[in-house]
Write a protein that binds this ligand. Structure first.
Ligand code: ADP
Ligand code: MG
Length: 377
Protein backbone atom coordinates (compact mmCIF):
# COMPACT_ATOMS: atom_id res chain seq x y z
CA UNK A 1 0.00 0.00 0.00
CA UNK A 2 1.52 3.38 -0.91
CA UNK A 3 2.20 5.67 2.07
CA UNK A 4 -0.25 8.61 2.13
CA UNK A 5 1.23 12.09 2.05
CA UNK A 6 2.20 13.81 5.29
CA UNK A 7 -0.65 16.29 5.88
CA UNK A 8 1.33 18.71 8.12
CA UNK A 9 3.10 21.76 6.69
CA UNK A 10 6.05 22.77 8.85
CA UNK A 11 7.43 25.55 6.69
CA UNK A 12 7.11 29.30 6.89
CA UNK A 13 4.49 30.91 4.69
CA UNK A 14 2.86 27.55 3.84
CA UNK A 15 -0.84 27.34 4.61
CA UNK A 16 -1.76 24.50 6.96
CA UNK A 17 -4.32 21.87 6.09
CA UNK A 18 -6.42 23.01 9.06
CA UNK A 19 -6.08 26.56 10.35
CA UNK A 20 -6.42 26.85 14.13
CA UNK A 21 -8.27 29.67 15.84
CA UNK A 22 -8.50 32.32 13.10
CA UNK A 23 -12.06 31.90 11.91
CA UNK A 24 -13.55 35.01 13.58
CA UNK A 25 -11.17 37.40 11.91
CA UNK A 26 -11.56 35.73 8.54
CA UNK A 27 -15.33 35.90 8.80
CA UNK A 28 -15.18 39.63 9.59
CA UNK A 29 -12.91 40.19 6.64
CA UNK A 30 -15.13 38.19 4.31
CA UNK A 31 -18.19 40.20 5.34
CA UNK A 32 -16.31 43.48 5.02
CA UNK A 33 -15.81 42.91 1.30
CA UNK A 34 -19.55 42.83 0.79
CA UNK A 35 -20.33 45.47 3.40
CA UNK A 36 -19.01 48.23 1.22
CA UNK A 37 -16.49 51.02 1.73
CA UNK A 38 -16.28 52.16 5.33
CA UNK A 39 -16.09 48.73 6.94
CA UNK A 40 -13.35 48.79 9.61
CA UNK A 41 -12.19 45.33 8.55
CA UNK A 42 -11.02 46.67 5.21
CA UNK A 43 -7.82 47.92 6.84
CA UNK A 44 -6.17 45.28 9.01
CA UNK A 45 -2.78 45.30 10.69
CA UNK A 46 -1.65 41.86 11.87
CA UNK A 47 1.27 41.56 14.26
CA UNK A 48 2.93 38.64 15.98
CA UNK A 49 6.16 36.78 16.54
CA UNK A 50 7.90 34.71 13.90
CA UNK A 51 6.05 31.42 13.41
CA UNK A 52 2.75 32.55 14.86
CA UNK A 53 1.02 32.50 11.47
CA UNK A 54 1.03 36.02 10.00
CA UNK A 55 1.96 35.10 6.44
CA UNK A 56 -0.49 32.23 6.44
CA UNK A 57 -3.23 34.56 7.60
CA UNK A 58 -2.38 37.00 4.81
CA UNK A 59 -2.63 34.10 2.36
CA UNK A 60 -6.07 33.26 3.71
CA UNK A 61 -7.20 36.87 3.41
CA UNK A 62 -5.98 36.91 -0.20
CA UNK A 63 -7.86 33.67 -0.91
CA UNK A 64 -11.10 35.06 0.47
CA UNK A 65 -10.79 38.22 -1.62
CA UNK A 66 -9.84 36.24 -4.69
CA UNK A 67 -12.90 33.99 -4.33
CA UNK A 68 -15.08 37.10 -4.30
CA UNK A 69 -13.47 38.20 -7.54
CA UNK A 70 -11.27 40.89 -6.01
CA UNK A 71 -7.93 41.78 -7.57
CA UNK A 72 -4.94 41.06 -5.29
CA UNK A 73 -1.89 43.29 -5.36
CA UNK A 74 1.11 42.30 -3.26
CA UNK A 75 3.40 45.07 -2.13
CA UNK A 76 6.95 44.19 -1.05
CA UNK A 77 8.64 46.21 1.71
CA UNK A 78 11.72 47.44 -0.14
CA UNK A 79 12.99 50.69 -1.62
CA UNK A 80 11.15 50.00 -4.88
CA UNK A 81 7.80 49.25 -3.28
CA UNK A 82 5.92 52.12 -4.93
CA UNK A 83 7.81 52.00 -8.22
CA UNK A 84 7.09 48.27 -8.52
CA UNK A 85 3.39 48.85 -7.93
CA UNK A 86 3.18 51.78 -10.35
CA UNK A 87 5.30 50.33 -13.13
CA UNK A 88 4.68 46.61 -12.89
CA UNK A 89 2.10 45.21 -10.48
CA UNK A 90 -0.84 47.49 -11.22
CA UNK A 91 -0.25 47.68 -15.02
CA UNK A 92 -0.07 43.88 -15.10
CA UNK A 93 -3.35 43.64 -13.21
CA UNK A 94 -4.98 46.08 -15.64
CA UNK A 95 -3.58 44.19 -18.62
CA UNK A 96 -5.01 40.87 -17.45
CA UNK A 97 -8.46 42.41 -17.03
CA UNK A 98 -8.72 44.39 -20.21
CA UNK A 99 -8.98 43.06 -23.73
CA UNK A 100 -5.93 44.75 -25.29
CA UNK A 101 -7.20 45.12 -28.92
CA UNK A 102 -10.23 47.15 -27.83
CA UNK A 103 -8.19 49.81 -26.15
CA UNK A 104 -5.77 52.32 -27.62
CA UNK A 105 -5.04 51.52 -31.20
CA UNK A 106 -2.06 53.80 -31.55
CA UNK A 107 0.52 52.32 -33.85
CA UNK A 108 -1.24 48.99 -33.83
CA UNK A 109 -2.38 47.20 -36.91
CA UNK A 110 -5.57 45.37 -37.66
CA UNK A 111 -5.43 42.68 -40.31
CA UNK A 112 -6.82 43.98 -43.60
CA UNK A 113 -6.70 47.65 -42.60
CA UNK A 114 -3.01 48.19 -42.58
CA UNK A 115 -1.47 50.34 -39.93
CA UNK A 116 -3.68 52.91 -38.17
CA UNK A 117 -2.94 55.76 -35.83
CA UNK A 118 -5.52 57.26 -33.50
CA UNK A 119 -3.28 59.71 -31.64
CA UNK A 120 -3.96 63.18 -32.98
CA UNK A 121 -1.91 65.43 -30.76
CA UNK A 122 1.78 65.52 -31.60
CA UNK A 123 2.71 66.29 -28.04
CA UNK A 124 0.28 63.79 -26.51
CA UNK A 125 3.09 61.57 -25.32
CA UNK A 126 4.96 64.40 -23.69
CA UNK A 127 1.86 65.94 -22.07
CA UNK A 128 0.66 62.72 -20.54
CA UNK A 129 1.09 63.01 -16.78
CA UNK A 130 3.53 60.66 -15.12
CA UNK A 131 1.50 57.93 -13.51
CA UNK A 132 1.41 57.86 -9.73
CA UNK A 133 0.15 55.12 -7.47
CA UNK A 134 -3.11 57.01 -7.06
CA UNK A 135 -3.73 57.38 -10.79
CA UNK A 136 -2.77 53.79 -11.42
CA UNK A 137 -5.07 52.45 -8.71
CA UNK A 138 -7.90 54.63 -10.00
CA UNK A 139 -7.40 53.21 -13.48
CA UNK A 140 -7.49 49.72 -12.10
CA UNK A 141 -10.51 50.44 -9.94
CA UNK A 142 -12.36 51.88 -12.93
CA UNK A 143 -11.62 48.89 -15.12
CA UNK A 144 -12.88 46.33 -12.60
CA UNK A 145 -16.23 48.01 -11.90
CA UNK A 146 -18.05 45.59 -9.61
CA UNK A 147 -15.23 44.14 -7.58
CA UNK A 148 -12.48 45.60 -5.49
CA UNK A 149 -8.74 45.75 -4.95
CA UNK A 150 -6.94 44.12 -2.02
CA UNK A 151 -3.39 45.24 -1.31
CA UNK A 152 -1.31 43.06 1.03
CA UNK A 153 2.06 43.81 2.58
CA UNK A 154 4.05 41.28 4.62
CA UNK A 155 7.11 42.07 6.80
CA UNK A 156 5.74 45.55 7.37
CA UNK A 157 8.47 46.29 9.96
CA UNK A 158 11.00 46.41 7.08
CA UNK A 159 9.05 48.92 5.00
CA UNK A 160 10.53 52.30 4.19
CA UNK A 161 8.55 55.01 5.98
CA UNK A 162 8.26 57.29 3.00
CA UNK A 163 7.13 54.48 0.70
CA UNK A 164 4.65 53.31 3.29
CA UNK A 165 3.28 56.81 3.59
CA UNK A 166 2.75 56.97 -0.17
CA UNK A 167 0.99 53.63 -0.16
CA UNK A 168 -1.26 54.62 2.75
CA UNK A 169 -2.09 57.93 1.07
CA UNK A 170 -3.12 56.19 -2.13
CA UNK A 171 -5.30 53.65 -0.31
CA UNK A 172 -6.97 56.41 1.69
CA UNK A 173 -7.56 58.46 -1.42
CA UNK A 174 -9.50 55.62 -3.04
CA UNK A 175 -11.38 54.90 0.17
CA UNK A 176 -12.42 58.52 0.40
CA UNK A 177 -13.91 58.22 -3.07
CA UNK A 178 -15.85 55.19 -1.91
CA UNK A 179 -13.97 52.83 -4.16
CA UNK A 180 -13.77 49.19 -3.13
CA UNK A 181 -10.31 48.78 -1.70
CA UNK A 182 -8.86 46.87 1.25
CA UNK A 183 -5.40 46.90 2.78
CA UNK A 184 -4.05 44.12 4.99
CA UNK A 185 -0.50 44.08 6.31
CA UNK A 186 1.52 42.02 8.78
CA UNK A 187 4.73 42.42 10.74
CA UNK A 188 6.66 41.74 13.93
CA UNK A 189 5.04 43.33 17.01
CA UNK A 190 7.73 45.72 18.21
CA UNK A 191 8.97 46.59 14.75
CA UNK A 192 5.42 47.56 13.86
CA UNK A 193 4.96 49.55 17.08
CA UNK A 194 8.14 51.50 16.34
CA UNK A 195 7.00 52.22 12.82
CA UNK A 196 3.67 53.48 14.09
CA UNK A 197 5.37 56.06 16.25
CA UNK A 198 6.55 57.96 13.18
CA UNK A 199 4.74 60.75 11.44
CA UNK A 200 2.72 59.74 8.43
CA UNK A 201 1.48 56.42 9.80
CA UNK A 202 -1.78 57.73 11.25
CA UNK A 203 -3.74 55.72 8.76
CA UNK A 204 -2.15 52.50 10.01
CA UNK A 205 -2.69 53.48 13.61
CA UNK A 206 -6.39 53.52 12.86
CA UNK A 207 -6.31 50.09 11.20
CA UNK A 208 -8.05 47.17 12.87
CA UNK A 209 -5.18 45.67 14.88
CA UNK A 210 -4.88 41.92 15.24
CA UNK A 211 -2.20 40.70 17.63
CA UNK A 212 -1.60 37.05 17.01
CA UNK A 213 -0.68 35.10 20.11
CA UNK A 214 -0.38 31.49 21.05
CA UNK A 215 -3.33 29.33 20.08
CA UNK A 216 -5.38 27.76 22.92
CA UNK A 217 -4.60 24.14 23.88
CA UNK A 218 -8.08 23.16 22.67
CA UNK A 219 -7.36 24.64 19.25
CA UNK A 220 -3.94 22.97 19.10
CA UNK A 221 -5.49 19.65 19.99
CA UNK A 222 -8.25 19.98 17.44
CA UNK A 223 -5.82 20.98 14.68
CA UNK A 224 -3.52 18.03 15.34
CA UNK A 225 -6.46 15.69 15.66
CA UNK A 226 -8.33 16.69 12.51
CA UNK A 227 -5.23 16.99 10.34
CA UNK A 228 -3.94 13.53 11.29
CA UNK A 229 -7.35 11.84 11.27
CA UNK A 230 -8.22 13.06 7.79
CA UNK A 231 -4.94 11.70 6.44
CA UNK A 232 -5.96 8.25 7.65
CA UNK A 233 -3.34 8.06 10.44
CA UNK A 234 -4.97 9.41 13.64
CA UNK A 235 -3.33 10.17 17.00
CA UNK A 236 -4.27 7.92 19.93
CA UNK A 237 -5.72 10.01 22.80
CA UNK A 238 -2.54 9.85 24.96
CA UNK A 239 -0.41 10.74 21.92
CA UNK A 240 -2.68 13.70 21.22
CA UNK A 241 -2.32 14.95 24.81
CA UNK A 242 1.45 14.71 24.67
CA UNK A 243 1.74 16.36 21.24
CA UNK A 244 -0.55 19.20 22.38
CA UNK A 245 1.68 19.83 25.41
CA UNK A 246 4.85 19.93 23.33
CA UNK A 247 3.38 22.58 20.99
CA UNK A 248 2.85 25.16 23.77
CA UNK A 249 0.26 26.89 21.59
CA UNK A 250 2.81 27.92 18.98
CA UNK A 251 1.47 27.43 15.42
CA UNK A 252 4.79 26.54 13.81
CA UNK A 253 5.22 23.76 16.40
CA UNK A 254 1.75 22.38 15.63
CA UNK A 255 2.92 21.69 12.09
CA UNK A 256 6.37 20.54 13.14
CA UNK A 257 5.28 18.20 15.93
CA UNK A 258 2.44 16.92 13.76
CA UNK A 259 4.70 16.32 10.80
CA UNK A 260 7.46 14.54 12.72
CA UNK A 261 5.00 12.38 14.71
CA UNK A 262 3.22 11.44 11.52
CA UNK A 263 6.55 10.58 9.84
CA UNK A 264 7.66 8.49 12.82
CA UNK A 265 4.41 6.49 12.68
CA UNK A 266 4.83 6.03 8.92
CA UNK A 267 8.39 4.82 9.46
CA UNK A 268 7.11 2.19 11.87
CA UNK A 269 4.26 1.41 9.46
CA UNK A 270 1.82 2.02 12.31
CA UNK A 271 -1.89 2.54 11.61
CA UNK A 272 -2.02 5.39 14.15
CA UNK A 273 0.35 7.74 15.99
CA UNK A 274 0.99 6.55 19.55
CA UNK A 275 2.57 8.28 22.55
CA UNK A 276 5.93 6.52 22.12
CA UNK A 277 6.22 7.90 18.59
CA UNK A 278 5.46 11.43 19.78
CA UNK A 279 8.00 10.95 22.58
CA UNK A 280 10.59 9.89 20.02
CA UNK A 281 10.27 13.12 18.06
CA UNK A 282 10.07 15.52 21.02
CA UNK A 283 13.76 16.47 21.04
CA UNK A 284 14.14 16.49 17.23
CA UNK A 285 11.17 18.89 17.05
CA UNK A 286 12.79 21.26 19.54
CA UNK A 287 16.11 21.02 17.66
CA UNK A 288 14.35 22.02 14.46
CA UNK A 289 12.71 24.91 16.28
CA UNK A 290 16.19 25.99 17.36
CA UNK A 291 17.53 25.94 13.82
CA UNK A 292 14.54 27.64 12.29
CA UNK A 293 13.57 30.12 14.97
CA UNK A 294 15.95 30.52 17.93
CA UNK A 295 19.22 30.83 16.03
CA UNK A 296 17.92 33.34 13.46
CA UNK A 297 16.29 35.33 16.28
CA UNK A 298 19.58 35.51 18.23
CA UNK A 299 21.91 35.94 15.28
CA UNK A 300 22.42 39.68 15.60
CA UNK A 301 22.06 40.06 19.34
CA UNK A 302 25.21 41.60 20.91
CA UNK A 303 27.06 39.85 23.75
CA UNK A 304 25.76 42.12 26.51
CA UNK A 305 22.17 41.30 25.63
CA UNK A 306 22.98 37.60 25.22
CA UNK A 307 24.39 37.49 28.74
CA UNK A 308 21.16 39.12 29.97
CA UNK A 309 19.21 36.31 28.27
CA UNK A 310 21.45 33.58 29.67
CA UNK A 311 21.21 34.95 33.20
CA UNK A 312 17.47 35.11 32.77
CA UNK A 313 17.31 31.45 31.66
CA UNK A 314 19.47 30.31 34.59
CA UNK A 315 17.42 32.22 37.15
CA UNK A 316 14.20 30.85 35.72
CA UNK A 317 15.54 27.30 35.73
CA UNK A 318 16.63 27.70 39.36
CA UNK A 319 13.29 29.11 40.52
CA UNK A 320 11.03 27.08 38.24
CA UNK A 321 9.13 30.31 37.48
CA UNK A 322 8.17 31.51 33.99
CA UNK A 323 9.35 35.08 34.66
CA UNK A 324 12.12 36.84 36.54
CA UNK A 325 12.72 40.35 37.85
CA UNK A 326 15.16 42.66 36.09
CA UNK A 327 16.75 43.39 39.48
CA UNK A 328 17.70 39.76 39.94
CA UNK A 329 19.17 39.64 36.44
CA UNK A 330 21.24 42.75 37.19
CA UNK A 331 22.50 41.17 40.42
CA UNK A 332 23.39 37.92 38.65
CA UNK A 333 25.37 39.89 36.07
CA UNK A 334 27.01 42.03 38.73
CA UNK A 335 25.64 45.17 37.11
CA UNK A 336 25.28 48.05 39.52
CA UNK A 337 24.02 50.76 37.20
CA UNK A 338 20.24 50.63 36.67
CA UNK A 339 20.67 52.36 33.31
CA UNK A 340 22.83 49.61 31.84
CA UNK A 341 20.37 46.88 32.66
CA UNK A 342 17.32 48.83 31.57
CA UNK A 343 18.92 49.60 28.20
CA UNK A 344 19.52 45.89 27.60
CA UNK A 345 16.03 45.08 28.78
CA UNK A 346 14.38 47.54 26.44
CA UNK A 347 16.54 46.49 23.46
CA UNK A 348 15.56 42.86 24.02
CA UNK A 349 11.92 43.86 24.23
CA UNK A 350 12.29 45.74 20.94
CA UNK A 351 13.74 42.58 19.42
CA UNK A 352 10.62 40.70 20.57
CA UNK A 353 12.78 38.22 22.49
CA UNK A 354 11.42 39.08 25.92
CA UNK A 355 8.25 40.77 27.12
CA UNK A 356 7.30 42.59 30.32
CA UNK A 357 5.56 40.19 32.68
CA UNK A 358 4.33 42.55 35.42
CA UNK A 359 5.99 43.87 38.61
CA UNK A 360 9.35 44.63 36.98
CA UNK A 361 9.57 41.09 35.64
CA UNK A 362 10.30 39.81 32.16
CA UNK A 363 9.54 36.54 30.36
CA UNK A 364 10.70 34.89 27.15
CA UNK A 365 8.37 35.27 24.19
CA UNK A 366 9.42 32.22 22.16
CA UNK A 367 8.75 28.70 23.43
CA UNK A 368 11.87 26.65 24.26
CA UNK A 369 14.22 29.64 24.11
CA UNK A 370 14.97 29.20 27.81
CA UNK A 371 15.93 25.54 27.26
CA UNK A 372 18.06 26.47 24.25
CA UNK A 373 20.01 29.11 26.18
CA UNK A 374 20.63 26.67 29.03
CA UNK A 375 21.86 24.01 26.64
CA UNK A 376 24.10 26.27 24.57
CA UNK A 377 25.20 28.14 27.69
N1 ADP B 1 -3.55 29.07 12.70
C1 ADP B 1 -2.70 28.09 12.40
N2 ADP B 1 -3.01 26.79 12.63
C2 ADP B 1 -2.14 25.81 12.32
N3 ADP B 1 -0.93 26.02 11.79
C3 ADP B 1 -0.57 27.29 11.54
C4 ADP B 1 -1.42 28.39 11.83
N4 ADP B 1 -0.82 29.54 11.50
C5 ADP B 1 0.39 29.18 11.01
N5 ADP B 1 0.55 27.85 11.02
C6 ADP B 1 1.79 27.15 10.60
O1 ADP B 1 2.86 27.77 11.30
C7 ADP B 1 3.99 27.96 10.45
C8 ADP B 1 4.39 29.42 10.42
O2 ADP B 1 3.38 30.22 9.81
P1 ADP B 1 3.75 31.61 9.11
O3 ADP B 1 2.49 32.21 8.62
O4 ADP B 1 4.84 31.41 8.12
O5 ADP B 1 4.30 32.45 10.37
P2 ADP B 1 4.85 33.94 10.40
O6 ADP B 1 4.59 34.58 9.08
O7 ADP B 1 4.09 34.60 11.52
O8 ADP B 1 6.30 33.81 10.73
C9 ADP B 1 3.59 27.36 9.10
O9 ADP B 1 4.10 26.04 9.05
C10 ADP B 1 2.08 27.33 9.13
O10 ADP B 1 1.56 26.27 8.35
MG1 MG C 1 5.92 35.39 7.72
Amino acid sequence: MPTPRNPFRPSFGTSPYYLAGRSDLLQHFQLSLLEGPGSPYRTILISGLRGVGKTVLLNEVEDIAHKQGWIILRAYPNQEMIADLVNTTVPQAIATIEQPPQRRLSGGSIPGLGSIKTETHDRAEELRPTPTLITRLRDLSTSIADVGILITLDELQSADLDQLHQLATAVQDLMRDERDIAFVCAGLPRGVDELLQHEGTTFLRRAHRVDLHAVSPEDVRETLDITAKESGVPFTPPALDLATDICRGYPYLIQLVGSLSWAQAALEEAPHIDAAQVEAINQPAIDRMTQQVHRPALSRVPDGELSFLRAMAELMAASGEKSVSTGEIAAALGMKSPNGISTRRSRLITRDLIAPAGFGKVAFTLPYLEEYLLREG
